[in-house]
Every structure is written in C-alpha cells, then in structure tokens.
Design a protein around this ligand. Structure first.
Ligand SMILES: [Zn+2]
Length: 265
C-alpha cells in the first residue's frame, strides 16, 4: 500500500477514535439497585420512564417519553416485535451517572436489564440524547430476542446501526487491518467490553458496527432477528450463524472484508 494511503488510514483511525470516544456504552450486568426507587416514574404502554422529578421539567418528561416511544416503534419495525415486559429507562437527571452505575469512563449509557442514561442538566431532547436512548433501547430488544445470549459484537453493532451510525468513514482502515492481520478477531468480541481500555473499546465498537451493517445489507434484518431467536433457544453462536446467516466466523469475516473493500472505494 502506498505510504500516503497508509497515512490516510492512520488518520482515519484517529478520526474514528475521536468519533467513537463520544457515545459508547457498556452493556454488562451491574446492579445499581436502590438508586431509582427514589425517582419519579412516568409510563406509556411499552416504556417505564424513571427519573428524578425534581430536575426534569414536566414538559420535558412528555418530550422524553414521546421520543422513547418513537424509538420503540422504529425498533419494532426492524425486529418484528418488542420485549414482552415494559422497557425501563432510567434517566440520571441529578445523580452522577458514572458514580451511580460504575460504568466505564468512556460509557455514554448502559444497559443492564434497564436502560440507563446520563442527562444531568437536561433541558431538552437533543439529537445526542436521542442517539444514546435509541442505542440503549436496542440493547433491550436484542436482550429480549436472544435471552441475553447475543455476542457483544452483534449487540453493539446493532445498537449503533439503530442509532444511525455508519462505518463508511473508516471502511478502508478496517479493510486494511484485515489485509494486514488476516482476521478481525470478531470471535474475541463475544464477551463484554467492560475490561477494555478506551482505545480497545473504540476498535471493538468500530468492527462491531461494520459487521452489523454488513449483515443487515447482505442477509437482511429478518435473518439477523432469526439468528437472535436461535441464540435465545440455546443454539451455539456458530450453529445459529450457519443456519440463519450462511456463515461461520471465517466466512463472516471474509464477507465483511469484501463488503468493506467495496465501501472503501
Ligand atoms: Zn451499547
């Protein structure tokens, strides 16, 4: 590869790092029980919004709930159905989110059975807050379908796809990385990202996003949802993959490399 292309790739990786530094989350299970009991609640048919009533304006709570309902409806379109139980969304309007949840410093939200988002000093439903809410709500849909057995790369990939992110800006950097190493090491991303450093997490989120986009574009959302169902029924990841996604890990990665190369042009 010519040196200037390598430089551009490196630059893209830096841009990518900055891009991903913003809105990451961590979906590991950790208890923050006892915190939200003191919070006010507001519910719709599918969502229970839990927040600190002292700091969220009445008008804002309605806006939040309606934004959440819209995200929920979008997700039902893609996934075919939503969780049986209400999605509980805890908005940290007053308490410190990081301190209350022990989320990693790079996390912008958390799903541990409940959607948890920081919104200190919240005055409106910003596009950034909407992205975080939709990202975390996707985790609740994936969790419901796969009964908590979806690999982390797919959970995080789908959550980013749903919040509207694209891997296009770093397709060539990722393709270059595959060409150099012969693998994306996706299988190593089945477990949680909790122990990752910020740069490791950024890399993990980037490849997860690309993999989920590729599956959506080449297999379709229905096949991905079926994959989640089989995992929920107890199938092993690669068994379910062969049945629904026409792939095992090596095939998935080579398809992903081809897909990235096309997008990098
Ligand atoms: Zn996430």
């Amino acid at each position: 590869m010519p040196r200037f292309i390598r430089r551009i790739s490196l630059f893209l990786l830096v841009v990518l790092s900055a891009f991903f530094a913003r809105a990451q989350d961590e979906s590991s299970r950790r208890s923050a029980s006892g915190v939200e009991e003191r919070y006010a609640e507001r519910a719709s048919s599918s969502i229970l919004l839990v927040y600190d009533g002292k700091r969220v304006e009445p008008g804002l709570e309605r806006l939040l709930l309606s934004a959440l309902e819209q995200s929920y409806a979008d997700l039902v379109q893609d996934f075919g159905s939503g969780p049986v139980e209400k999605v509980v969304v805890v908005v940290y309007a007053e308490r410190d989110f990081q301190a209350s949840t022990q989320a990693p410093a790079w996390a912008d939200g958390l799903f541990d059975g409940r959607v948890r988002v920081p919104a200190r000093g919240i005055t409106g439903v910003t596009p950034e807050l909407l992205s975080v809410l939709k990202h975390e709500m996707t985790h609740s849909f994936v969790h419901f379908r796969a009964k908590g057995r979806a690999p982390t790369w797919l959970q995080e990939g789908l959550a980013q796809v749903e919040e509207g992110k694209t891997s296009a800006p770093f397709a060539s950097a990722l393709a270059g990385s595959y060409a150099a190493r012969g693998t994306f090491a996706l299988q190593g991303l089945e477990g949680g990202f909790t122990g990752f450093s910020a740069p490791q997490a950024r890399g993990g989120y980037a490849i997860s996003l690309a993999a989920a986009e590729m599956l959506r574009d080449t297999r379709g959302f229905g096949a991905v949802a079926h994959f989640l169902d089989l995992l929920g029924d107890g199938s092993l990841v690669e068994d379910a993959m062969r049945e629904t996604l026409r792939a095992d890990y090596p095939r998935l990665e080579s398809d992903l490399a081809d897909w990235l190369k096309l997008r990098a042009r």
